[in-house]
Design a binder for this molecule. Structure first.
Ligand code: BT5
Length: 259
């Protein structure tokens, strides 16, 4: 990947400006700084390598050179979109899942921010905001996708098993084509962000629906219950053992270990 191949691949998309780096700390950090200094809506930061890629809660995201997609899209939400910003992680996850579906793969979304292929993590999403008072002025949607096998970290670095698109599709997979399709998918879904069908579509793509799961990191103790679906803000809806509905806003979902 280089500036020219990227420019060609993205030429038909109505993006803002594009900044490409051979290597960078974190595309989200670059995008947050750029958003603060006035980046246009739909501006894009993309890197061939990240030396300090981030996940949630300051966890590491590995992006070895020449193997992955690591990019951050800047959204300047309209007044209509502002009430629905908690759904943007779903927007990204659905766009990634759709781009895999068009390649014949069945992708699932592990709430809140992972995309799985055959139960292994192939992509992660980190959304962050630039605040103006108590309103989000700008949103940065950071996406990492393991395209080639070399992107997949060794198992001892991971909390959850990982895979790559090459593992599923073979080595002919082109990073710029996948990038194009994910961005095109996000642009196509954006007008539907506030609709009720958006939540229904997101729900259908969730992994572990109807199964007993454990949520870690959502509170002082793990929460367990049956995964029912999503609330309208994208929070997770569970049913506990006493048939009470529980709403979970943060955490990592795991299948509940069998007793
Ligand atoms: C995520 O966090 O999955 C969000 C990842 C977002 C990365 C993108 S790349 C572009 C942009 N710039 C950034 O700096 N970040 C974004 P979380 O759910 O917290 O998962 C983090 C965990 O995933 C780590 O603790 C590892 O266990 C695992 N992990 C790290 N690198 C991985 C990889 N390449 N593939 C699969 N799993 C990985």
């Amino acid at each position: 990947m280089n500036k020219n191949t990227l420019k060609k691949a993205l030429s038909k998309l109505p993006l803002g400006d594009v900044r490409y780096f051979d290597s960078v700390g974190s595309t989200n950090n670059e995008a947050l700084a750029w958003a603060t200094s006035g980046a246009k809506d739909l501006s894009l930061v993309i890197a061939d390598e990240q030396s300090a890629g981030r996940g949630r809660l300051d966890r590491k995201w590995f992006t070895p050179k020449g193997t992955s997609l690591a990019f951050s899209l800047i959204l300047r939400p309209t007044a209509d979109e502002k009430p629905h910003l908690t759904r943007t992680v779903g927007l990204a996850a659905l766009a990634i899942a759709d781009s895999l579906r068009t390649r014949g793969l069945v992708a699932q979304i592990k709430w809140p921010n992972d995309v799985l292929l055959n139960g292994h993590k192939v992509a992660g999403i980190l959304t962050e905001s630039v605040w103006s008072g108590d309103e989000a002025d700008c949103l940065v949607i950071g996406i990492g996708v393991n395209v080639l096998k070399g992107a997949v970290p060794s198992p001892e670095l991971l909390q959850f098993p990982a895979t790559s698109l090459e593992d599923a599709l073979g080595p002919a997979i082109q990073r710029t084509e996948v990038l194009h399709d994910i961005l095109a998918g996000m642009l196509a879904l954006r007008p539907h962000l506030g609709s009720s069908s958006f939540i229904a579509t997101w729900e259908k793509a969730l992994a572990f629906r109807g199964e007993q799961v454990q949520i870690e990191g959502g509170g002082p103790a793990p929460i367990t219950g049956k995964l029912l679906g999503l609330e309208s803000d994208g929070s997770l809806r569970l049913l506990d053992e006493h048939d009470n509905s529980i709403t979970v806003r943060f955490g990592d979902v795991r299948l509940r270990p069998r007793a």
